[in-house]
Design a protein around this ligand. Structure first.
Ligand SMILES: *[C@@H]1O[C@H](CO)[C@@H](O)[C@H](O)[C@H]1NC(C)=O
Ligand SMILES: *[C@@H]1O[C@H](CO)[C@@H](O)[C@H](O)[C@H]1NC(C)=O
Ligand SMILES: *[C@@H]1O[C@H](CO)[C@@H](O)[C@H](O)[C@H]1NC(C)=O
Ligand SMILES: *[C@@H]1O[C@H](CO)[C@@H](O)[C@H](O)[C@H]1NC(C)=O
Ligand SMILES: *[C@@H]1O[C@H](CO)[C@@H](O)[C@H](O)[C@H]1NC(C)=O
Ligand SMILES: *[C@@H]1O[C@H](CO)[C@@H](O)[C@H](O)[C@H]1NC(C)=O
Ligand SMILES: *[C@@H]1O[C@H](CO)[C@@H](O)[C@H](O)[C@H]1NC(C)=O
Length: 507
């Protein structure tokens, strides 16, 4: 029997709740390119979606860049990856014109700082900047292969960071997971008041966020494109080894396109040298740095194996930067440190695009694998090195942090990410043939999960499809966002310019 009180409450539920619409205004906190106009807003969302008794709120920072073609047809939310990457000051703001070109210009673009990043409950494991800087100087990150003592040092460092985070952020450690961020995105969609559907472009880790939103809210998916694909099974229940599947192919591609381009475009290309001779030479450069690190008095730093290799590995993402990598390595081969000093001078003082504490906070809390000791973890590190002989020793840094992580996201998939999802509208999945940080194989696997999704293969190098621009890829993405048109199955797009061509370097 229904009691009168219940009748009343079910009636109340039928009346849609009046939502405060988002109030866009001028932006304050960050420097904007002077000739572009952004609007900003904040939106209150529940802090803990699993706690029905809590009324605590979280204030999300949002930024909007208007459609090129007005009036805007709808809005597209973006995520720039990491995790731990900002969506506002270091996200949409510097990339707005490029993002409009990729998404077709007919929609307003909306960036938001995911929880854990920037002011949105900052995930900060140190009391202040001074204690963070002291910790990183005492215990600088080393690559797993840097020396025979490196694995033990890294493992101990992960343990120290876990204790620091446990002490500083125990109140939010469980609240920054990807499923909560997916719920935040749906709150933004509701507040935009443009209908129930999420339109979204997610890059790199943003692919996991898109996959997660699609698995949780399949009926609310509008136009959802993901680019630089991570496999959700491995993300939620793995150590990230699949991120290194294509890395060696990319580095070999760098060296072979260098030889093809010749000495005028690539400093490493010498007449008549073979690819395998070049590989041996580069291996020797890295190996020498282990024993002969380079002091740079002007910067007060020592460039050793780990720092140099990590820098080269990061720059693999951007084929337009490959001539710089070649110049640095060619310099080191003949003991000329000028190119590498120039590179590190340019990098000094630049804000890092990803906050690593936020990255660990989100990534490690989402994952469910832990290891009880270095001995138990070693086989994982070996798998990284087997997956990429060139750069696999960078993998265990993040992964050994996760192995000892003290928090678990309140909602997380673990082994249970669904194997088959039918979304209201089909998803567009974009994968590069050679992406050093994600792989085409993951993109293929993800296409299998989402019914009617289509894989657009971008036959280029670098991380994300626009790292080596292709008019073909961009046109298919525009047609998807503007008209909902899917590319034909098995479409492969060629990039406009080859690596080491002056046109690509000018991008
Ligand atoms: C803004 O200025 C930059 C640098 O001068 C220029 O490259 C870009 O085209 C300008 N953008 C617009 C929308 O005018
Ligand atoms: C839920 O929120 C209430 C009110 O803020 C708090 O007292 C309680 O500890 C929370 N429960 C959990 C499991 O976090
Ligand atoms: C938030 O982002 C702005 C713009 O990028 C930056 O100036 C500010 O320092 C950031 N704040 C925090 C707490 O990260
Ligand atoms: C490169 O090979 C060609 C043909 O074998 C030869 O004529 C030339 O001298 C070589 N150049 C150098 C720098 O060894
Ligand atoms: C690690 O070092 C071993 C031995 O020097 C080498 O064979 C292997 O390729 C290295 N792996 C990486 C990723 O540096
Ligand atoms: C793709 O799926 C196959 C079959 O389930 C699996 O063996 C493989 O590890 C997956 N690869 C990636 C990169 O996700
Ligand atoms: C969208 O569809 C219209 C009408 O068919 C067409 O004229 C336009 O070129 C399409 N736009 C894109 C980017 O595919």
């Amino acid at each position: 029997m229904i009691k009168p009180q219940n009748v009343v409450s079910s009636l109340v539920l039928l009346i849609p709740l009046a939502r405060a619409a988002i109030e866009w205004g001028p932006c304050g906190a960050f420097r904007q390119p002077t000739n572009l106009t952004f609007s900003c807003a904040t939106l209150e969302v529940p802090l803990d979606y699993t706690n029905k008794t809590s009324t605590e709120k979280l204030s999300l920072d949002l930024v909007k860049y208007d459609a090129v073609v007005k009036p805007a047809k709808n809005s597209i939310l973006l995520n720039f990856g990491g995790p731990g990457g900002e969506g506002v000051g270091l996200g949409l703001v510097p990339l707005a014109p490029l993002m409009q070109a990729v998404t077709g210009g007919a929609s307003d673009l909306i960036g938001f700082n995911p929880r854990g990043t920037n002011h949105t409950i900052p995930f900060s494991c140190f009391r202040d900047a001074a204690s963070r800087s002291a910790a990183s100087q005492l215990y600088p990150d080393v690559l797993w292969n840097a020396s025979s003592t490196a694995p033990g040092e890294e493992w101990a460092r992960s343990s120290l960071l876990a204790s620091a985070c446990k002490e500083q952020v125990s109140d939010i450690g469980e609240l920054v997971g990807t499923q909560f961020v997916a719920r935040d995105m749906m709150e933004i969609v509701d507040a935009l008041d443009q209908g129930p559907l999420l339109n979204y472009y997610g890059m790199s880790y943003g692919s996991v966020l898109g996959e997660t939103a699609a698995a949780m809210f399949p009926d609310r998916m509008g136009r959802v494109a993901i680019d630089g694909i991570l496999n959700p099974y491995e993300y939620y229940h793995g150590y990230g080894i699949s991120q290194y599947i294509s890395t060696d192919d990319v580095f070999t591609g760098l060296l072979s396109s260098c030889l093809e381009a010749g000495p005028n475009q690539c400093a490493l290309a010498q007449e008549n040298i073979t690819l395998s001779e070049l590989e041996t030479g580069v291996e020797a450069i890295f190996e020498r740095l282990k024993f002969n690190p380079i002091p740079i008095p002007e910067l007060g730093i020592i460039l050793e194996y780990s720092t140099v290799k990590a820098q080269v590995s990061n720059m693999l993402d951007f084929p337009s930067e490959w001539p710089t990598i070649a110049a640095v390595l060619a310099g080191l081969a003949k003991n000329d440190v000028t190119p590498i000093i120039t590179l590190f001078k340019a990098a000094t003082g630049q804000a890092p695009s990803i906050d690593f504490e936020a990255l660990y906070g989100i990534r490690c809390g989402d994952g469910d694998l832990r290891a009880s000791s270095l001995e138990a973890y070693e086989p994982i590190a070996e798998q990284f090195e087997q997956t990429s002989k060139w750069f696999g020793d960078a993998g265990p840094t993040t992964s050994s942090r996760c192995a000892q992580w003290p928090f678990a996201a309140k909602e997380r998939y673990g082994k249970d990410f669904p194997t088959c999802v039918k979304t209201r509208n089909p998803m567009l999945i974009v994968g590069n043939t050679y992406d050093p940080a994600t792989s085409l194989e993951s993109a293929r696997n993800v296409t299998e999960i989402f019914e009617e999704s289509v894989l657009l293969q971008h036959d280029g190098y670098g991380h994300l499809s626009w790292a080596q621009r292709s008019t073909c890829t961009i046109q298919y993405m525009n047609s998807y966002f503007i008209n909902g048109t899917m590319p034909p199955r098995d479409t492969v797009c060629q990039p406009d310019h080859k690596p080491f061509s002056p046109e690509l370097s000018a991008q």
